[in-house]
Design a protein around this ligand. Structure first.
Ligand code: 0RA
Length: 645
């Protein structure tokens, strides 16, 4: 495609374009983006085809290899993609699947194709976006093969040998000219998704191997994901470090009105609600009809049980739906033949018929459970009553925050050193650990567009505090007021209101040591639990102060890690003095500006949530009671709180 043609791109020319070329021209339309997310999406797309084959009952083993050159190999023991002549296209069915957009699963009418990546685009799309792809099919006693470059076949399907197994193997190398940011795969990202898939599709064994890296014994890094219990194991994994307050995970699996519904739930002693929902193995962040169905079933059933059992006799305040979900962790997974996805990120299920299917399923299983486990039933109802009580207290505290914010034209927190610029898009606020570092930051900043809010020592761990305590906390009230964020809109009294947000960059600036990263994590936990939309909108950043100052005579250079320090020392030719910054407080205002605050030289790390489910698990683990898993995580991610999981 010439440059000129690209610019003269019109509706007509889309149709004229071959599908595969269109994928290369507008990759984001097919895989969301061409950054890290899109890169990993290619793997999910290929794996989803194998999952479909497994769901159809023909495959139980999938392996995913990250090869040394960052190419990916996905292998399964299914029937193998058909290789016979495709009458309409006049070439092998394999070639059609690999080179025609939307050809996907059209061959097998019996199969109930439900998985499929977020955009359900198929493997041909991966092919179009790969520098090179090789498909190998083991089928009918022979090994068949075809290779492609940027989606174009290099030769007709050929046989390269004999075999007594069946299956499909796809190896692809993403095209650097498309994925310009990076083509390096992240093991943990893939592991998280493969683990999730194993829990969502019990019985399948998924092995992930990283051939780029070996352990001390020289073996590749590798993990096997397999779940016999499915969602109930997933719930236990997610709630791993929380304290369960009922005997067992409440789990059900069945089909209602032709819709397969799977639910697992457990109550813990926290105050957080953790609902995760999936449609056809896709995480529906924005919820939708299946989640409404779950909520409805849960509320109706528990309410009825509580009423019938007389446990509410002396309860004078009203109990709301939210109260039934405090301390609840639950996963709802449905399979829908023709899902309608809505919402900003197309992760909200719209199919109306799903609500009643899930609601009925939940009512049935929960009614049985409560009858068979009266002790647990009582525990749950008591928890609900406490939640309702606390909610009334929390509402008062929230209203205080709100009143203060509304009144606060000119009533900003005393500790805030505001900037003079008033356009939020241009404004930054630094949340700084401690008053002394706050003072340095205040001197070092550019007061035109940078504001400073010092926070006192350890801020409240919101993971473990009841809601009203959170809203009563001074530092947290200051953050709401300074940021101009309120809670409560016309429609939803709990929704965040960002219309008066005063800064579009909120920078968490803490010491570059273990204590500092702990404080940064506490602040992040607050944003994640109480201002999640701020994170989702990309407003939250972490500053990265340097670890070392290397001096020789008048020359000063900064280093952010040991390696860099040594290189600088070498470059300056020995005889250097090295200062290790133990905290922000050891820097003077000018140094702090030069290294950490000046937009020209600083590095800000934007906090993103790739995988909400995993982020949730990490926060509950980091901020929970149990020390060993936290220590493990921090050691593994020692390079300064790597929370953008
Ligand atoms: C359609 C028909 C048949 C197999 C597949 C698709 C298939 C596709 C993929 C993609 C990755 N692994 C796969 N395994 C199988 C087979 C129809 C038949 O044998 O009758």
């Amino acid at each position: 495609m010439s440059e000129e043609k690209k610019h003269n791109y019109s509706a007509d020319s889309i149709q004229a374009l071959e599908g595969m070329e269109h994928v290369r021209m507008r990759p984001s339309m097919y895989i969301g983006d061409v950054g890290v997310r899109g890169l990993h999406h290619l793997v999910y797309e290929v794996v989803d085809n194998s999952i479909d084959e497994a769901l159809a009952g023909h495959c139980d083993t999938i392996t995913v290899d990250i090869n040394e050159d960052n190419s990916i190999t996905v292998r399964d023991n299914g029937r193998g993609i058909p290789v016979g002549l495709h009458k309409k296209e006049g070439v092998s069915a394999l070639e059609v699947v690999m080179t025609k957009i939307g050809a996907g699963g059209k061959f097998d009418k019996d199969s109930y194709k439900v998985s499929g990546g977020l955009h359900g685009v198929g493997v041909s799309c991966v092919n179009a976006l790969s520098d090179h792809l090789k498909a190998t099919v083991y089928r009918e006693g022979k090994v068949w093969q075809q290779e492609y470059e940027r989606g174009k076949s290099l030769y007709p399907v050929k046989t390269i040998g004999e075999t007594d197994i069946t299956g499909t193997e796809v190896t692809f190398l993403p095209d650097r000219s498309i994925f310009q940011q990076t083509i390096v795969y992240n093991y943990d990202t893939l592991a998280t998704r493969m683990r999730e898939l194993a829990y969502l599709n019990k019985g399948i064994t998924i092995t992930l191997t990283d051939k780029r890296e070996q352990d001390d014994e020289g073996n590749d890094i590798s993990e096997v994901f397999h779940s016999t219990e499915g969602l109930s194991e997933f719930v236990k994994f997610l709630d791993g470090t929380r304290t369960q307050i009922i005997q067992d995970v409440i789990a059900m699996e069945g089909e209602k009105n032709g819709i397969p519904v799977e639910v697992a739930m457990v109550y813990n002693d926290s105050y957080a609600e953790n609902l995760h929902s999936y449609v056809n193995n896709i995480n529906t962040h924005e919820g939708g009809t299946h989640l409404s169905g779950f909520r409805r079933g849960l509320t109706n059933t528990l309410k009825k049980y509580a009423d019938d059992s007389g446990l509410l006799k002396n309860v004078k305040f009203e109990i709301s739906g939210d109260d039934f979900r405090e301390g609840l962790t639950a996963i709802v997974s449905v399979k829908v033949a023709e899902p309608q996805f809505e919402g900003q990120t197309k992760t909200k299920l719209g199919n109306r018929e799903v609500t009643s299917a899930v609601s009925q399923a939940v009512s049935e299983m929960l009614t049985d459970y409560l009858e068979e486990n009266p002790n647990d039933a009582k525990t749950i109802v008591q928890k609900v009553i406490l939640a309702a009580q606390a909610r009334h207290a929390a509402r008062k505290a929230r209203e205080m925050v709100q009143r203060k914010t509304v009144m606060s034209i000119g009533g900003l927190p005393g500790k805030l050193s505001d900037c003079s610029e008033t356009d939020p898009a241009e404004c930054e606020i630094f949340l700084v650990e401690g008053d002394s570092a706050g003072g340095t930051a205040k001197q070092g900043r550019d007061r035109n567009f940078q504001a400073i809010l010092p926070l006192r020592g350890k801020i409240l761990n919101v993971e473990k505090a009841m809601q009203h305590k959170v809203f009563e906390n001074e530092e947290i009230k200051n953050m709401f007021t300074a940021l101009g964020v309120t809670i409560g809109t016309e429609e939803d009294p709990r929704e965040l209101n960002l219309t008066k947000l005063r800064y579009h960059k909120v920078v968490i600036m803490c010491d570059a040591d273990v204590d500092g990263s702990h404080i940064a994590t506490l602040i992040l936990t607050f944003f994640f639990r109480y201002m999640r939309e701020m994170v989702e909108q990309g407003y939250i950043y972490i500053a990265t102060p340097p670890l070392y100052l290397v001096k020789k005579g008048q020359k000063r250079e900064y280093a952010w890690d040991d390696n860099q320090r040594d290189l600088i020392a070498q470059k300056l030719g020995g005889g250097v003095t090295i200062q290790r910054y133990k905290g922000l407080g050891e820097m003077n205002a000018e140094q702090l500006w030069d290294t950490t605050m000046n937009p020209e030289f600083r590095t800000l790390r934007q906090v993103t949530i790739d995988n909400l489910t995993e982020a949730d698990r990490i926060f509950s683990m980091l901020m929970g009671d149990e020390v060993p898993p936290r220590r493990d995580f921090i050691e593994k991610n020692a390079k300064y709180a790597n929370i953008d999981a």
